[in-house]
Structure formats: C-alpha cells, structure tokens
Design a binder for this molecule. Structure first.
Ligand code: BT5
Length: 323
C-alpha cells in the first residue's frame, strides 16, 4: 500500500498534466518541508517513475516503466470506488486466491488485486491460465452487490463489455465476445474472464471478477499458439497496461451502476453488439453433453438461447462454445 503523501503528489501531477510543479508549491500543497518533498520524489523514482527536475521550474513526470503498480493505476484513474484500494504484487499464485482472502478479511468494495505474473493463474473448471511476467493484465476486481447469487454470471458479461471497449479505445483493434467469458481477436483468445463468488444460499457477500488479458506478449508456448493471441501480436504495437486497467475499471464502474439501477436489460443490446456467436451455428459443450443449434441471443438474465434443429430453444447457463 502506498504512502498518502506520495499518493497526493501523484494526484497533483495528474491535475497539472505535463506542467512543472515547483518544490515550494508541492511543499505548500502537501504541508511538509521541501526536503521531505525531495525524499518522496526519490521514492517515486525508485518505484519506476521518471521525474524530470529543473532548477527554478520544479518537477514533472515524464514517463514510467510499463508496470501495473498501485501508483501507475491510480495516476489519472477517474473512478469513484473501483481501484480505491489496490493490492499490487510482482508475483503470486493467483490474484483470485488473494482476492478471496481479502474478502474474508472484510475488504471494501472496489478493492482490486493486480500482479505482474501469476504462477498458478486459473481459468474455469480448474484449467490453468498462462500469465507471464510484465506482459499481460492479471487482475481481480471485488464487488459487493446486494443480490441473490444466481445473478452473478451477469458480471462476466458486464466485465466482457468493459474489456472489449477498453481494448477498442486503447488500440486500433475490434475485439469480440464469445459467450460467456472469452474475448477474441481474429478468432483467437486475447482475454478470459472468471467470475467467482462468496455467498450464502440467498445473498452474495462478494463477487470476484478475474480478468486476464494478453497485452504485450510477442509469442505463446506451443500448446497455446493456435488458440491464443495478444494485443501486440494483433496490432504490432505495445499497449500501456495501466491505461488499459484504468479504462476497464472506469467502464465496469459505469456498467455496474446501470446494472444495479436498471438490471441487465439495458446492457443486453450492447453486449449482443459485440458478440461473435449470436446468429451462428454452434456446439455448446455442457457438463451434461453437447447441444447443437443456432445461438439466437441471450435472455435479460444473460443466459444463452440456443435453437436446435427441431426449433426447440435451450437455455444454456454454462458451457464451452465451439463456433
Ligand atoms: C478463462 O477460463 O478464460 C478465465 C481466465 C481468467 C484469468 C484471470 S487472470 C486474473 C485472475 N486470476 C486468476 O487466477 N484467474 C483470473 P477458461 O474459459 O476456462 O479458459 C481457460 C483455457 O484458456 C485454458 O484451458 C487454455 O486452453 C486457454 N488459455 C490459458 N491461458 C491462456 C492465455 N494466456 N491466453 C489465451 N488462452 C489461454
């Protein structure tokens, strides 16, 4: 967790954008001595911030290493709640695991866990999620809505809209959603979402949305080459991960608010506009066997509707989809 003074310094730099701020002004705004200001600036430098210092002018931030530390995410973040508390770790087994224990310790809504690398990142049904260092986004977002547990799958859809839009805004790419939790570019998986919860039989305590995005990877191990891609591979450009995280948090916050006020119905059309499988013949691999048919849309609850040869409509709550 970050020192409150350094957080304040970052806020001041954010408000001033690229302008210089004098040591005197910083000292005044922070209510400390100029020597103390200098010490905080040195600490920020150690954390990877590049700060230019000019005599008579003061300090300004030039650029930062591509890290997803608390500072990097909070610098310029425009949310009210999401990202208010950030747990940043260089390496972890799974951000979901830490998020679950933070929930049990009573962490506030909006807490996020971000890691530079996961050693045991997980997907659905205990699958593994490849999460190499400094190249992707491996993040868990904790929400505490007052809702019955059966509504939780809709949060995967809300997060998917946020991820698609954030990628589209930060790159030249146009990702698509494959129900329920895959984000694809040119048919390959660039991101996966894993929504887990802690709940009683009738009430959610917390929803933990795990988001994995392949951002700057240049290549993948053999077993993933055919199915996985990254923003770099698709666009030929590096993307600053902290900016992408900020956009995702801002969008989740917006859509979460709409959802809590009006339900999923107003978000359904938006979701469908990004969906790749709707209108196509698909195979739904469910735990009870395969169902073949045409994906005709999702319900207001976010459940997939699949029409088979006999025009019977099946409601699919959970499955892997083959297009
Ligand atoms: C998912 O599962 O797609 C959910 C992935 C969620 C990962 C995030 S990262 C932050 C948070 N902390 C965690 O521990 N997890 C979450 P699923 O639909 O089951 O897909 C898993 C399958 O995707 C694997 O079996 C592989 O085939 C493939 N896969 C694994 N790593 C991948 C990667 N980096 N990119 C694309 N595909 C991958």
């Amino acid at each position: 967790m970050q020192s409150p003074t350094r957080k304040k310094i970052l806020e001041i730099f954010t408000n001033k954008q690229n302008e210089f701020v004098s040591g005197e002004e910083l000292a005044k705004l922070l209510g400390c001595s100029r020597t103390a200001v200098w010490k905080h600036i040195e600490e920020l430098r150690k954390e990877g911030f590049q700060l230019e210092a000019l005599r008579k002018k003061g300090y300004r931030i030039i650029d930062t290493k591509d890290r997803v530390s608390e500072n990097e995410i909070q610098l310029g973040l425009k949310t009210k709640k999401l990202g208010c508390t950030i747990y940043y770790v260089e390496s972890i087994d799974s951000t979901q695991k830490l998020a679950h224990s933070l929930v049990q310790d009573g962490c506030p809504e909006g807490t996020i866990v971000v890691a530079e690398e996961q050693l045991n990142g997980r997907g659905r049904l205990a699958r593994t999620w490849f999460s190499p260092k400094y190249s992707g986004i491996w993040m868990s977002v904790i929400l505490r809505p007052t809702l019955p547990p059966k509504m939780s799958p809709q949060f995967t859809l809300i997060a998917a809209i946020a991820v698609v839009q954030a990628i589209a805004e930060n790159t030249t790419l146009h990702p698509e959603i494959k129900w329920p939790n895959d984000i694809l570019i040119n048919g390959k998986k660039v991101s996966g979402i894993l929504t887990e919860l802690q709940a009683d039989s009738d009430k959610v305590h917390a929803i933990i949305i795990g988001i994995g995005i392949n951002v700057n990877q240049k290549q993948f191990p053999d077993e993933l080459k055919q199915i996985a891609t990254s923003l770099f591979i698709e666009s030929g450009k590096e993307t600053k991960r902290s900016h992408l995280i900020q956009a995702i948090l801002e969008k989740i916050e917006t859509y979460y608010q709409i959802y809590m006020e009006k339900g999923f119905a107003p978000l359904k059309l938006l979701w469908e506009s990004y969906a790749v499988s709707i209108g196509k013949d698909i195979i739904a691999h469910t735990l009870n066997g395969d169902i073949i048919g045409k994906a005709i849309g999702i319900t207001d609850e976010g459940v997939l509707k699949l029409e088979d040869q006999d025009e019977k409509v099946h409601l699919i709550y959970s499955a892997d989809i083959e297009i």
